[in-house]
Design a protein. Structure first.
Length: 350
């Protein structure tokens, strides 16, 4: 039963009990994972997530890749989406752009998905809500979710435009509660877009604070400081383990393309504090770079290779830390010693 926004009286409370009471003797299924990056889950059915970034950071290009993967079932940039057959349709809501610009976004998604752009695709509904008020936009989304069948992924490009005041605590809480209700009741995933503050890397207003507290994953898209054509993608907040950041750039075909072997430089506040806190996937990414040129090293060459590999994920440390890191990797069988030679063992576990 989907509770409405009115007060709950005694009769309604009693009718809701069987839906809201948790029983220790029952089994509850984990939400289905529908979007991953390198095996790390960033989106599940029944939850919501967000992309954030400053203006012109290519947030919509990043979202286009997620949608294209959901349409095609193949990896696009680093996203691998898998919608269940009964929920394989996508609802895309744009609140900011004109129909002309939205048409370009739709064509981009279809091109990335390897689908024709000269015929309609019944697996994606694209709504342009620029000319409507915040209340009207929310009503349209409510009716669309009620009427459209088999929706598994909803994109709201411009959640700020669903409320009147971005700094209103009550409005912000209301719209976040709507996202939780919609995603849970209709068993779908909602991915929304919100700008970052121009002066810092915080999400805008009270709605940004609520997103940080409630979202399953928040992706941050930012321009490379040295090369504005490149956009970096990393996890700002994530419930699962962190994925290795990646980067993309816009090619001559006006589509986003993965930048291979990209050296991701972290800000001071984002740098990893210890190799003990790293996920297994981060260690793997660093070791694959370290051993990309050679299969084995002597000890000093190994330390040099580890420095190169861990530099690539933003973990830059001196010799003493690298020596301890080497011992740690040997203890966990990530590096195996044979005489004076050291080799990478990809079948390790941390």
């Amino acid at each position: 039963m989907f509770p409405d926004t009115h007060r709950i009286d005694e009769a309604k409370y009693k009718s809701l009990l069987k839906y809201i009471r948790l029983n220790v003797t029952e089994q509850y299924d984990f939400p289905q994972e529908i979007v991953q990056i390198d095996g790390v889950t960033i989106a599940t059915l029944g939850n919501f997530s967000a992309s954030t970034g400053k203006p012109k950071s290519k947030k919509t290009f990043n979202v286009s890749a997620i949608v294209a993967s959901a349409l095609s079932g193949r990896e696009v940039l680093k996203y691998k989406a898998d919608l269940p057959p009964c929920k394989n349709r996508i609802l895309y809501i744009d609140t900011e752009q004109s129909k002309c610009h939205c048409h370009k976004v739709l064509q981009r998604i279809l091109k990335l998905a390897g689908m024709p752009i000269d015929q309609e695709n019944d697996r994606i509904e694209f709504f342009v809500l620029r000319e409507y008020t915040p209340d009207q936009r929310r009503d349209i989304i409510k009716w669309a979710l009620h009427e459209e069948k088999n929706i598994g992924l909803v994109i709201i490009d411009g959640i700020r435009d669903l409320i009147h005041d971005i700094n209103s605590p009550s409005e912000s809480l209301d719209i976040i509660n709507e996202l939780m209700r919609w995603s849970s009741y209709y068993e779908l995933h909602i991915h929304t877009v919100l700008h970052l503050n121009k002066g810092d890397d915080n999400t805008r207003g009270h709605i940004g604070t609520e997103l940080n507290n409630k979202a399953e994953t928040i992706l941050q898209i930012s321009k490379n400081i040295e090369n504005g054509r490149i956009s970096e993608v990393r996890a700002m907040h994530i419930r699962d383990k962190e994925f290795v950041p990646f980067a993309f750039e816009i090619g001559e075909d006006s589509l986003p393309h993965l930048v291979k072997d990209y050296q991701f430089k972290m800000n001071k506040k984002d740098r990893l504090s210890s190799y003990l806190d790293m996920t297994e996937q981060l260690h793997r990414s660093a070791l694959e770079v370290a051993f990309s040129d050679n299969t084995s090293f002597g000890y000093q060459a190994l330390l040099d290779a580890l420095k190169k590999g861990y530099d690539s994920i933003g973990y830059t440390r001196g010799r003493n830390t690298l020596v301890n890191l080497c011992k740690f990797l040997i203890q966990h069988n990530a590096i195996q010693k044979n005489g004076r030679e050291y080799r990478y063992n990809e079948n390790f576990s941390i």
